[in-house]
Design a protein around this ligand. Structure first.
Ligand SMILES: *Cc1c(COP(=O)(O)O)cnc(C)c1O
Length: 410
């Protein structure tokens, strides 16, 4: 029997790898120095560990160690990148371009800047979630100072062609930031090859600790400058003051080191489980809709462990109740208390009804085939059961076009 409950929400956060925990441990209780203390071995030990992590992370993304700024996570990295650029380049322009499907850490930062007078263009995506490069080209003006577009989407797994986006930005002389939280460590990511000027990273999405992340800031061609958003002791070359979270930083370094060493095998195993899950659902159920690119058609454009499916004619919440032992995310309750369906699904043109029936499965390093098979069986049973009670499903099966029905007045 599989051990319950099953964790299948790895796009929200991940279990920490024990190797990461062991690497961090000494920096809590033995080498607890302040990395900025230059006068004694406690400080030196801490600084050495931070240097190691900085080099490891830089190497993993094709950067120079001096281009890594440690933060408290991707939310802070996104804020620092976007607000830092808006402030630093205010004399050059006031315009920012982003996507409607970005993480809230980017969208709400842009909204905050709009309240301060910046102009923001929120580009639409197509039904698979891709941005159109021609639309981006047309949106760039001589007042555009920043394009911020995520690499891989946390809800529907779509991977943008950031290499092409970065190339276009560089041709136009615009700084390019990407939220790479979901991609770094899982799929190839290289700041040189992909023409990236700023990139946000978080440890807890890649089997590291919560509360630590990094921002890559390009130092040459072009040299990117940021206005600090946190003032204080001038840590991180003045870009982010505050005593460094040494154990957390070691954890981020170790998490990335493991991801890089195991990327090929991890990716294949996780992708195979995801693909099988999608095939099994399709073999057992009808009226299914994939949100984001179809994993079987475009595997290279979808995050390996991400599967987001709308099970028409069931309520996502009711379905979640029916699979209580499996931790997943639903498209209707994504932003906690609200009953609004996911804005990402909406941006992909998914109707409100279908959005409410959607479930995100996030498969990760610690999931097994047995867990995935158990999940499929439970979901299939729950969907069949709910549909048995659904008059709409019966009518649809009887060939009645539901859109043609005139419903009684509300
Ligand atoms: C999780 C996530 C964030 C926020 O990261 P934190 O480290 O939790 O602040 C930002 N962007 C994306 C795409 C994410 O998946």
């Amino acid at each position: 029997m599989v051990k319950l409950p099953i964790y299948l929400d790895n796009n929200a956060t991940t279990r920490m790898d024990e190797r990461v925990f062991e690497a961090m441990r000494p920096y809590f209780i033995e080498h607890y120095g302040n990395a900025a203390s230059r006068n004694h071995p406690f400080g030196w030990k801490a600084e050495e560990a931070v240097d190691w992590a900085r080099e490891t992370i830089a190497k993993a993304i094709g950067a120079d160690p001096k281009e890594i700024v440690f933060t408290s996570g991707a939310t802070e990295s996104d804020n620092l990148a976007i607000k830092g650029i808006a402030e630093m380049y205010a004399a050059k322009g006031d315009h920012i371009i982003t996507l409607t499907t970005e993480h809230k850490a980017v969208l709400d930062t842009c909204k905050a800047l709009e309240r301060k007078g910046n102009r923001v263009t929120y580009l639409a995506v197509n039904k698979e979630g891709f941005v159109d490069l021609d639309m981006l080209r047309e949106a760039i003006t001589d007042k555009t100072i920043l394009v911020t577009m995520m690499h891989a989407n946390n809800e529907v797994g779509v991977i943008q062609d950031i290499e092409a986006i970065g190339k276009l930005c560089h041709e136009k002389g615009v700084i390019f930031h990407t939220d790479a939280t979901q991609s770094v460590g899982k799929i190839p990511f290289d700041v040189q090859k992909m023409n990236v000027d700023l990139a946000s990273i978080s440890a807890h999405k890649i089997y590291g600790p919560k509360g630590v992340g990094a921002l890559y800031v390009r130092k040459k061609s072009p040299r990117v400058k940021l206005a600090a958003q946190m003032d204080g002791g001038g840590h991180e070359r003045g870009m982010r003051s505050g005593t460094l979270n040494v154990p957390g930083i070691v954890g981020l370094g170790k998490a990335i080191e493991i991801c890089m060493a195991d990327m090929e095998s991890d990716t294949k195993r996780i992708q195979d489980m995801r693909d099988k899950m999608w095939m099994d659902f399709q073999a057992e159920l009808d009226e299914l809709y994939i949100n984001g690119p179809d994993p079987l058609d475009k595997p290279e454009w979808r995050l390996p462990g991400n599967l987001n499916v709308s099970f028409a004619f069931v309520e996502g919440e009711a379905l979640m109740m029916g699979i209580k032992d499996i931790a997943v995310s639903s498209g209707s309750a994504c932003t906690s208390a609200s009953l609004e369906p996911s804005y990402v699904l909406k941006a992909l043109g998914v109707g409100e009804d279908l959005a409410h029936t959607s479930i995100r499965f996030g498969i990760g390093r610690f999931n097994t085939q047995e867990e995935c098979d158990y999940t499929v069986a439970q979901v299939v049973e729950a969907v069949k059961h709910l549909r048995e009670m659904s008059p709409l499903y019966e009518m649809a099966k009887a060939g009645i076009d539901l859109k043609s029905i005139e419903w009684a007045a509300h």
